[in-house]
Design a protein around this ligand. Structure first.
Ligand code: MD6
Ligand code: FE
Length: 217
């Protein structure tokens, strides 16, 4: 049993695609996207953000989240004083743009060629942003995994069990890594403790983008 808060060291000198890492049932594919694929995806995401600008959600308790967000697909995830939920349009009113094919390709390769995700949540982290431990449980069917893609600066990803307060393990996610929360780990608590500013050259102004693809309803 790993001690609480241990950081996996095995992948620190790892570069490029290779074996899948199992972080408490969360499957991590290091370097699944090569640099060219990452750059192409960022271009597609720039178009998404032009149509659906990043916004800063409020938690139900009324605090601004440190991560800025937007979305693509039939639904986007949203939070305000009324709670967490999926909404069919950007808060400014326009429909969410379609999920780029470059992003869907990862889902097709790793999850399903039949059922496409309903939502691609786009999270943008500056150096100070973090994401507290949470479960992704606003979707109707936990039989579908959540697929996550990391782009830009490295981030310390913490994964626990399905019970709050259980033991956790951590891993630095790098640009191009893909993580899948599925099966018994679908409802695992997880979060981002911090990002490492300047650790990637992918985004000219720095920062980190995390995409999560979900089947919503
Ligand atoms: C992040 N990720 O990597 C936060 N959720 O910035 C998530 O919250 C997440 O990585 C569901 C599935 C995979 C994830
Ligand atoms: Fe999550």
């Amino acid at each position: 049993m790993e001690s609480r808060g241990s950081v996996m060291k095995t992948r620190l000198d790892f570069d490029g695609p290779g074996p899948v890492l199992d972080l408490g049932g969360v499957m991590v594919h290091p370097g699944w996207l090569d640099t060219a694929a990452q750059a192409a995806m960022v271009e597609d995401l720039r178009a998404v953000i032009r149509e659906a600008p990043l916004f800063q959600p409020m938690t139900p308790r009324g605090q601004a989240m440190s991560v800025r967000m937007t979305a693509a697909g039939r639904y986007g995830w949203f939070s305000d004083r009324s709670g967490y939920r999926y909404i069919p349009a950007h808060p400014a009113g326009q429909p969410w743009p379609p999920i780029p094919d470059s992003v869907l390709a990862a889902w097709r390769a790793l999850v399903s060629q039949v059922r496409m995700p309903d939502c691609c949540l786009v999270n943008f982290y500056t150096g100070a942003a973090r994401m507290g431990l949470h479960q992704d449980r606003d979707e109707a069917d936990f039989g579908w995994p959540v697929l996550s893609i990391s782009l830009g600066d490295e981030a310390l990803f913490r994964v626990g069990t399905t019970t709050r307060g259980g033991p956790t393990r951590s891993l630095w996610l790098r640009s191009g890594d893909v993580a899948i929360l599925g099966g018994a780990a679908r409802l695992a608590f997880h979060g981002i403790d911090r990002v490492r500013p300047g650790s990637s050259a992918l985004l000219p102004k720095g920062g980190r983008i995390n995409l999560t693809l979900r089947v919503v309803d």
